[in-house]
Design a protein around this ligand. Structure first.
Ligand code: ZN
Length: 446
């Protein structure tokens, strides 16, 4: 009996302090690890699958936070996505290490505790498990990059600048699109390999006003540059601007996506344009599939950056738009002056809005059919240091005039095929034919 009790004690102790091996875990092992973590930390984790790969592997997402099972008003949603390209595997490894780091330090590390108490973190270690299982352990080539159908998942999303709405969406892409409809993500990053740089939207352009000096500049460009520099400046190698096999200028370790190379159908533009989630593409290793002995070092250089980036979910201002009865209002448009987003940011089903903004004064306009337009100027402080964005609620008043017929915005935050067709057609003013060859030329890198 004593031996059995001692065994239970040791098992419990080892489970709570266990370290995760630095090696490549296959899909079965990853699933088992996530289930073990969920079992060991049921109060701060929730494990679910957002769908299946073509070969039927589950796309597991572990949610971490004080209330992992459901969204709470004022708690921003953050996500990391790894291994979208099956042979770019460092992100997959690092996200498992990150899960280990966060769960093992909750309540003992003040920073981790504040992060998980103030935000909800979603981690999808592998978006392309089929590709991973078929990958060659090679630094540069593409074996395993695509999903089982041979499709590049980072070219398969609806594109804001190029009409591709007729394209068949792969199961993995559809799963992510549906996921974006179930959660209002505020900040995100997807992790790749083959370069060391933080790339930010836009990835594409149709030659319109967004095209400036070879870059495709988003309305929230200042925020994107800040976010990219947050990652690169916390990563000693990235900050040096190491371009690996590339000749592009990666000053400060960051680049505009389009400036690097035009990329239609990418996930980060889709997140930004249609899901009002600011997403970066983080390239975190020159070698796509490095030797296992290199993994501890890659974790050490990326760990501070992964942590610092998550904290940025608290930039800017957030709040609820309410009607005159104090009820949250969905689909109110919340616009920041000077930022003409292709799809206006709108309140979600909880009446909430989140706008990542750098410290400054901003004029914000709230519009909702049948109600008076609200315009207020707000002074926004730097939120990450205190783990909260500024909270500012808006209260609508009924309009004396009949504005019920006000046209809703062209874009919808819950895209369906009709919206995508309308929007792509509206945004598309020229083709990217001349750029296609260049895109293909650069395909091997990201
Ligand atoms: Zn990639």
């Amino acid at each position: 009996m004593f031996v059995f009790t001692l065994y239970l004690f040791l098992w419990s102790w080892l489970s709570s302090t266990h370290t995760l091996e630095f090696r490549y875990h296959n899909s079965v092992e990853v699933e088992q690890y996530l289930k073990d973590i969920n079992r060991m930390h049921p109060n701060i984790t929730y494990l679910h699958s957002i769908g299946q790969s073509v070969q039927g592997r589950e796309l597991w997402v572990l949610i971490l936070g004080q209330h992992p099972r459901e969204h709470r008003t004022g708690i921003p949603e953050f996500k990391y996505v790894g291994n979208m390209h099956g042979n770019e595997v460092v992100g997959r490894v690092l996200l498992l290490q990150l899960i280990n780091y966060l769960t093992s330090r909750y309540l003992s590390d003040p920073w981790v505790t504040r992060l998980l108490n103030s935000s909800r973190v979603h981690i999808l270690p592998s978006m392309n498990p089929d590709g991973f299982e078929s990958s060659a352990r090679d630094c540069m080539y593409t074996i395993g990059r695509y999903n089982k159908n041979g499709v590049d998942l980072n070219r398969n999303f609806p594109d804001a600048f190029q009409a591709n709405s007729e394209r068949k969406r792969e199961k993995e892409v559809r799963a992510v699109m549906d996921w974006l409809n179930t959660e209002t993500f505020v900040l995100s990053a997807n992790l790749h390999g083959g370069a060391v740089v933080a790339s930010y939207p836009y990835d594409n352009s149709n030659g319109g006003s967004e095209l400036q000096g070879g870059k495709s500049v988003a309305p929230d460009n200042d925020v994107f540059v800040h976010l990219a520099k947050t990652y690169s400046s916390s990563h000693t190698e990235m900050l040096k601007g190491d371009s690996c096999y590339d000749s592009k200028d990666f000053t400060d370790g960051i680049t505009n996506g389009y400036y690097w190379y035009p990329l239609p159908g990418g996930m980060q533009d889709y997140n930004y344009v249609w899901a009002q989630c600011l997403e970066l593409t983080l390239e975190i290793s020159c070698c796509k599939f490095p030797q296992e002995k290199d993994l501890p070092g890659l974790w050490q250089v990326n760990k501070p950056a992964l942590l610092a980036y998550m904290q940025q979910v608290h930039l800017g201002v957030k709040g609820v738009v309410m009607d005159f009865n104090g009820n949250p209002v969905q689909n109110a448009v919340v616009e920041v002056e000077g930022r003409r987003n292709l799809c206006p940011f709108r309140t979600d089903r909880n009446g909430e809005y989140y706008r990542l903004l750098l410290p400054n004064n901003y004029t914000i306009t709230v519009t909702y059919p049948g109600h008076k337009t609200i315009t207020q100027t707000i002074s926004v402080p730097y939120g990450p240091d205190t783990f909260t964005a500024l909270t500012h609620n808006f209260f609508l008043q009924k309009s004396d005039y009949s504005t019920a017929a006000t046209q809703p915005p062209q874009c919808c935050t819950t895209p369906n095929q009709k919206n995508l067709e309308n929007n792509s057609a509206a945004l598309l003013s020229s083709t990217l034919t001349a750029l296609t060859a260049f895109t293909l030329q650069r395909l091997l890198l990201c």
